[in-house]
Design a protein. Structure first.
Length: 524
């Protein structure tokens, strides 16, 4: 008689004889190599001296558990102890080897009594395998699975769930839909840790452990629970129950376990295929968006080059026209020119300003944000534009209706955006008009309103389709201001029912938005 120490795997029952010292891991230079991805290359070392035996943790990521307790570094072990490394659980045993013996069969199950039952089970398994292998949609597959289970086990409730890395359950399929499943924590732990298949014949009997008993409101009489195992990994469970006690027997448990071995690869492959399809659709959608952004970027770049070319071609003729107008003004007294002089000078100045703005627009930098007081920036910029509103006899009045005026902006760029909008409005307002302005709260944005609005009025983004028919929406000043605001994560809004670019709303977020976050649609 020969006695050896072995490790017996709890799921497969395979035994591994130990030689000492025994190095366990996933690498090629170990004594016991295991194909468990949760095990490190050199995970554990088992030593033996005399009657003492111990296991040492070599720093594996997932540690070592002896009798369900995680060891710190070294722990004594004895035959009968359970040892878990990664997701693989063993029992430490004495193995006794004896000479083979001859056995005499004294009893056999009658063929006529059991053959029909076995034939029915094999037929059911064949039908399930042949039919379910065709389905690639998880919902359709789930309905078909429960349909077959209903025919065989006549369950009242069914549940298929997958284990998360921490051992919690993630529902995959439920029958009936949205029905809460009373799977106890004790059952889940036993299935997840040991791979046990459980039969609860009478949940409310005195012989049933308290941990397996169900509250009366769940109305469980008997239940079956088996693990889903694929490639030696426990990744889920199948649970069926009935209200009637004693409805299930050990042969039912064995049959469900056999069926689960068919379900396991089907469910896992279907889940992986759905995941792959989802990744593919996401990647395709991302490529479409990227392509759209590239096309828009190229179009914008073309517009910028066109604006540069137009400014270059207009600059020389404008210099000639400007010089001639100024010479005519010097040659003739003001009283002879009258309104003609003012119209000529105003048009030349407007053209010169536009050309300067074109040059600035094509070189707008990306904003460098820092907290600024918006009210102070706006007041200073109104003062800097004094020559423009005084010559139009416009009276700008700014009111601040929020105490929260600190927002992250690029001060120079925001000044420029406000100045551009302000100048665009001045060109459209009649002489001597008042220009009310206000700084307001709007959710998590700060709103700069130039003009007055009613709560019922509808505003939209500068490039919205509703403004395409409005010639004033093509203003260079507004386009440049819109770019600056969108670079800040904000937007520029106008009234599609108005006859000019007035009133105008400028919105800026109160906090920096994460990179890649889309700005609001611009509807209000």
């Amino acid at each position: 008689m020969d006695q050896r120490i072995v490790l017996r795997e709890r799921i497969s029952g395979e035994k591994y004889p130990l030689g000492f010292p025994c190095l366990i891991g996933r690498g090629k230079d170990v004594d016991l190599m295991l194909a468990d991805p949760a095990i490190s290359l050199r995970h554990a070392l088992i030593r033996k001296e005399g009657n003492r035996m111990w296991i040492e943790d070599l720093g594996g990521i997932n540690g070592i558990f002896v009798n369900d307790r995680k060891i710190r570094h070294v722990s004594d072990i004895n035959p009968g102890d359970t040892i878990r490394v990664g997701h693989t659980q063993f029992t430490l045993l004495h193995s006794i080897t004896t000479a083979p013996r001859h056995h005499l069969v004294v009893h056999a199950i009658g063929f006529s009594a059991e053959a029909a039952i076995d034939h029915q089970k094999l037929a059911a398994i064949y039908e399930i395998t042949a039919e379910l292998a065709e389905y690639q949609d998880m919902r359709v597959l789930g309905k078909k699975i429960f349909s077959h289970l209903k025919d065989i086990f006549a369950h009242d409730r069914g549940y298929i769930a997958l284990f998360e890395p921490d051992g919690t359950l993630k529902p995959l399929l439920v029958d009936p839909d949205r029905e809460p499943i009373p799977v106890s924590r004790h059952i889940v732990e036993r299935v997840f840790q040991n791979g046990d298949s459980l039969l609860l014949r009478d949940v409310f009997s005195d012989d049933s452990p308290a941990a397996l008993q169900s509250p009366p409101e769940h109305k469980i009489g008997s239940a079956l629970c088996v693990p889903l195992i694929y490639h030696t990994q426990i990744y889920g469970l199948v649970y069926l129950d009935r209200m009637a006690p004693g409805a299930y027997s050990p042969p039912d448990l064995e049959f469900l376990k056999s069926i689960a071995s068919i379900f396991a690869p089907l469910i896992e492959n279907t889940r992986l295929l759905a995941e792959l399809k989802s990744h593919y659709e996401n990647a395709k959608e991302m490529l479409k968006k990227t392509e759209s952004r590239l096309i828009e970027t190229e179009r914008t770049a073309a517009y910028v080059r066109l604006a540069q070319a137009m400014a270059h071609e207009m600059r020389n003729p404008l210099m000639v026209i400007g010089g001639m107008v100024r010479r005519i003004v010097r040659m003739h007294p003001q009283e002879e020119m009258g309104e003609t002089r003012e119209a000529l000078m105003s048009s030349v100045q407007r053209m010169e300003i536009v050309l300067r703005e074109v040059d600035d627009f094509v070189s707008i930098p990306f904003p460098l944000m820092r907290l600024q007081r918006i009210d102070r920036l706006i007041r200073e910029e109104i003062q800097r534009c004094e020559q423009y509103w005084q010559c139009r006899s416009v009276n700008p009045l700014l009111s601040v209706r929020t105490p929260y005026v600190l927002v992250p902006v690029d001060p120079n760029l925001l000044r420029k955006a406000f100045s551009l909008v302000f100048k665009e409005i001045l060109f459209t307002l009649p002489q001597g008009s008042p220009l009310p302005m206000s700084i307001n709260d709007r959710d998590n944005e700060l709103e700069i309103l130039l003009g007055e609005t009613l709560p019922s009025e509808h505003f939209c983004d500068l490039y919205d389709a509703e403004l395409k028919s409005k010639p004033w929406s093509a203003s260079l000043f507004l386009s440049a201001a819109h770019k600056i605001l969108t670079d800040h994560g904000g937007n520029l809004l106008l009234d599609p029912q108005a006859h000019a670019a007035f009133p105008v709303i400028m919105r800026i977020p109160r906090s920096l938005r994460p990179e890649g976050t889309l700005t609001s649609t611009g509807k209000t």
